[in-house]
Ligand binder design. Structure first.
Ligand code: NAD
Length: 381
């Protein structure tokens, strides 16, 4: 750890940081959902399960929950948890007198369980089927009037997570790529998010390594269970790094775009990430060095773009449904959301240029950063 922090030309200061961890039981392994769910419900002393799964995951979820004491099932999952969905799941929770929420699905499904836990305090057992990572964070999100509100509350942190790579075998390859790059984005942003610290950076580096190794084989063969397990492991590390470090510039941008324009979450993250990395890397050289190292590349941006080319990553926000006419408004919204911890000031002009490039699918600008004196001290240790 200490060696990885060494900046060759500058004298090193003694290590100092504050780090927050979150208590959670994690079970990881192929078949773990099938074999472990009932024991985990019992371990929590619960006997009335509210099962939450999106319509397309419902068959698998019912199979996995066959031996559980299910008192109600909710399948009205919608992206970004509209407030009407939150109201519906809360009503069902009360009516069913459930004492535990078992959610099986992607981030939208986990988010639906969190909406119920936020007001009821019921424990969540999460079985993720994508690489979104919501299951390992205390962050909730609700969408109303095209604006997404988020908050941090320990009541929504799942008490138990069962990571079963077998459940990700059905994830279509394009969604696999986008979702895994969403996890890479958690890692990259963790290097300069408000609570970046050496522990979160170490987790983020290990997460990038696992995801970058898993992605090319998964592009070739989505049924590669070893690569599926590696990707899910990387997604967990990414989520823990993100939970600890908080939302950096990348997440703030995507949070605004997702809420205001309803863009598909994982693909939007995948498109925006190289642009944020290219923007911040010149002002955060130690973060860029660690990201490059994790990607096995000499340069962070080139390494990420190389991975994107290998896996056929999504490239342009215009392909995801963002209208060109929305760019000026989006630029104002995202620049207002930029965190003060960002290593480089990000105003409306920078926002407009970054969004325009991401919208058109242009190669991110790697122009040398000309005004380093205006940059803030690097957040990451
Ligand atoms: P999602 O949950 O909406 O799933 C995307 C699609 O994949 C859906 O159509 C779903 O039915 C399908 N799907 C899921 N698993 C599948 C599988 N194994 N096989 C086949 N199809 C499958 O999308 P997501 O990217 O997983 O999650 C995005 C949501 O999660 C967003 O709302 C985002 O804000 C939230 N999120 C929250 C946090 C947090 O910490 N609170 C972190 C990350 C993401």
């Amino acid at each position: 750890m200490r060696e990885s922090q060494t900046v060759t030309s500058a004298p090193r200061l003694p290590l100092t940081f504050e780090h927050q961890t979150y208590a959670q039981r994690v079970i990881f392994g192929a078949g773990s959902a099938r074999s472990g769910l009932a024991a985990e419900v019992e371990r929590l002393g619960c006997s009335r399960v509210l099962l939450i799964a999106g319509a397309s995951e419902l068959t698998v979820a019912n199979e996995l929950a066959a031996s559980l004491p299910v008192v109600a099932t909710f399948s009205g999952v919608r992206p970004h948890v509209p407030v009407a969905v939150a109201a519906a799941i809360r009503l069902l929770t009360a009516q069913s007198r459930a004492d535990v929420l078992v959610c099986i699905g992607g981030g939208s499904t986990t988010g639906t369980a969190k909406a119920a836990a936020l007001t009821t305090g019921l424990p969540i057992i999460a079985v993720p089927t994508t690489y979104a990572g919501s299951e390992a964070t205390p962050v909730w999100g609700l969408t109303e009037d095209q604006r997404k509100r988020t908050g941090v509350d320990l009541r929504v942190l799942p008490r138990t997570v069962l990571y079963d790579p077998e459940l990700t075998l059905s994830l279509p390859v394009d969604l696999t790529v986008a979702s895994a790059l969403n996890a890479v984005a958690h890692c990259v942003d963790a290097f300069w998010a408000p609570k970046a610290d050496p522990v979160n950076s170490a987790l983020a580096g290990a997460g990038i390594r696992a995801l970058a190794e898993a992605l090319p084989p998964l592009r070739r063969d989505g049924t590669d269970l070893v690569a599926r397990a590696d990707a899910l492991y990387g997604a967990y590390l990414a989520a823990v790094a993100f939970a600890g470090a908080g939302s950096g510039l990348h997440h703030k941008i995507c949070h605004v775009l997702g809420g205001a324009y309803g863009l598909p979450h994982a693909a939007m993250h995948a498109v925006v990430l190289p642009h944020v990395l290219a923007f911040n890397a010149p002002a955060a050289p130690e973060a860029a060095r660690q990201i490059a190292q994790a990607l096995g590349a000499d340069d962070a941006v080139a390494g990420l773009l190389d991975l994107y080319a290998q896996v056929g990553a999504p490239q342009a926000l215009r392909d995801l449904g963002l209208a060109e006419a929305d760019l000026p408004e989006a630029a104002v919204l995202v620049s207002q959301a930029a965190p003060s911890s960002n290593p480089r000031p990000f105003g409306p002009a920078e926002a407009e240029e970054l969004l325009r490039q991401a919208w058109a699918g242009e190669r991110p600008s790697t122009e040398p950063f000309e005004n380093l004196s205006a940059s803030r001290p690097e957040a990451t240790a």
